[in-house]
Design a protein around this ligand. Structure first.
Ligand code: PGA
Length: 300
């Protein structure tokens, strides 16, 4: 019989983010500890490129780029990708004003995504863009619950309503979850992420739930140049799938893409994208330059 790696409760206490090796043999106490942390039973093959989810690299331009600047990016990205065929799909989320203009120039190179969506399908909601407007302008994806929107007052209930509105309107929501530095320091990361996921996924049927893309973005890593330890990222990605696997069949959960976001750049992308369970990246600052974004795509 093949030798197994024995993992005790002591191992897990000493290294709380220890990613479980594929051949792990857990003692009963270790299993109890994982159960308490919501990590047992484990998601099916939580790790690796073989986890069945499509790979995606998503550019979030935030409030950057005018239409001419967006078009220059599209020309640049097309040139960068002329000689290489990345394994991951690319999604570009520009300011909404540039969506329609980018539709043609990015065709065959990247899909389009919006950065926010109204929770309403239409009506008297001055200033809000509904899913149907975004689809009309060429978007196929939309970010929901980005930390910068959460910081502006968007709570879990609003994220839940927006995810549903996106799905109703034919968009693929990219739901962002993640802890603050204070929550991380208090050891609450898994609790916070589970709460954010449960608030949105409760009551969703399987068909809709498996159309959502997840992005784990520790809030303290966004725009700071600080990136968590690889094993900590892998543990949270596995945890996110384990939370979903409480409500949905594990083989379906395996096909839900879970991205990492927060200070991803062309130098750290290969390492982050190779982490167990990582289906791709959500990239802010480094996605503004076509050469850098293409390099990140090439690492996926
Ligand atoms: P960053 O932003 O890559 O600049 O850290 C990521 C994000 O906000 O999604």
């Amino acid at each position: 019989m093949a030798r197994k790696t024995l993992i005790t409760a002591r191992d897990l206490e000493r290294r709380p983010a220890l990613p479980l090796p594929a051949d792990a043999l857990l003692t009963p106490l270790a299993r109890d500890l994982l159960r308490k942390r919501g990590l047992w039973p484990p998601p099916v093959r939580a790790g690796g490129r073989g986890c069945g989810a499509p790979r995606l690299v998503v550019a979030n331009w935030k409030s950057h780029k005018t239409i001419p600047e967006a078009l220059a990016f599209a020309r640049g990205l097309r040139e960068e990708l002329a000689s290489r065929r990345p394994r991951a799909g690319a999604v570009v989320c520009p300011p909404a004003t540039a969506l329609a203009n980018l539709r043609g120039p990015l065709r065959g190179v990247a899909e389009l995504g919006a950065q926010d969506v109204s929770a309403h399908d239409e009506g008297a909601h001055t200033g809000e863009l509904a899913a149907r407007h975004l689809v009309d302008a060429g978007a196929r994806y939309v970010l929901v619950g980005h930390s910068e929107r959460r910081a502006a007052g968007e709570d879990d209930a609003r994220c839940r309503a927006k995810v549903r509105a996106a799905l109703r309107g034919g968009l693929t929501p990219i739901l962002c979850v993640g802890e603050t530095a204070g929550e991380r320091d208090a050891g609450r990361t898994e609790h916070v992420v589970a709460g954010q996921l449960e608030a949105v996924f409760a009551g969703l049927d399987l068909a809709r739930a498996t159309r959502v893309v997840l992005a784990y973005e520790p809030r303290w890593a966004i725009g700071t140049g600080r990136v968590p330890q690889g094993e900590d990222v892998a543990a949270v990605l596995a945890h996110a799938r384990a939370v979903l696997a409480r409500a949905f069949p594990p083989d379906a959960v395996e096909r839900v893409p879970v991205l990492y976001g927060g200070s991803v750049n062309e130098r750290n992308a290969a390492r982050l994208l190779a982490l167990p369970g990582c289906s791709g990246a959500l990239v802010g600052g480094a996605s503004l330059d076509p050469a850098r974004f293409a390099q990140i795509l090439a690492s996926a």
